[in-house]
Design a protein around this ligand. Structure first.
Ligand code: BEZ
Length: 218
């Protein structure tokens, strides 16, 4: 979809990171923030902290980028701990320090129309889903004023992980476990072998045989 995710090196709250080494060939979510100690960002980090059990269950790693220094990140983590209910447990994912927007520029996510408190250009609220092969499989960009829905990121991850293993696609607002579409063109006999739970054709006014559903394979 979006090509290769850059194999950058940067300082993080867990020490220096080289992306490909840190990724360990897992699916991962990389999400960028304009600034520390801001309300929307704090609410978003809190949501990502609370989402960790679901992400870990899927073997998905999380990486945060925020356009401030490591010292500010370490202080901000106390607020995020409090806001998310994490308490004194270890902070569950690294936060990259990008005070000079070097990484934001590399990713091309600097918003030309917004500046931050430090009067530098602001980063968009960019979220990347990166495959184990370090390919960008999804990008969501939100402006400063709009907090993201990380439940939607998890939903999309479930779809991407499923569709990376089987010749299927998922309908609008699909949830893990619900029926999915067999990718057209569909040969019903072959599809019946590929999807042992069976395939169902949906009759449409056009009479074109393009809509087949099946229970997602394990
Ligand atoms: C916020 O996260 O609330 C925010 C970040 C940058 C500028 C304005 C608001």
């Amino acid at each position: 979809m979006g090509g290769e995710f850059p194999d950058f090196e940067a300082e993080s709250t867990d020490g220096p990171i080289r992306f490909s080494t840190w990724q360990e060939e897992c699916w991962c979510v990389v999400f960028a923030h304009p600034a520390d100690f801001t309300p929307v960002c704090t609410s978003e980090l809190g949501a990502m902290v609370r989402l960790q059990p679901a992400l870990r269950q899927r073997n998905v790693k999380t990486l945060c980028i925020s356009c401030d220094s490591l010292t500010l990140h370490q202080g901000w983590q106390q607020d995020i701990r409090h806001y998310s209910g994490l308490g004194s447990a270890p902070f569950p994912f690294p936060m990259i320090a990008d005070p000079e927007r070097k990484l934001a520029r590399l990713l091309n996510i600097v918003d030309p129309d917004e500046v931050c408190g430090d009067l530098q250009p602001a980063s968009l609220r960019a979220t990347y889903i990166v495959s184990p092969q370090r390919r960008i499989r999804m990008i969501i960009m939100y402006p400063l004023a709009v907090g993201r829905s990380f439940g939607e990121v998890l939903r999309a991850l479930d779809s991407l992980i499923l569709c990376s293993k089987h010749r299927v696609a998922t309908p609008e607002n699909w949830r893990r476990g619900a029926k999915c579409f067999v990718l057209p063109p569909v040969d019903p006999v072959e599809a019946g072998k590929q999807f042992p739970s069976g395939v169902q054709r949906h009759d449409l006014p056009s009479n074109k045989p393009y809509m087949y559903t099946t229970q997602p394979p394990e």
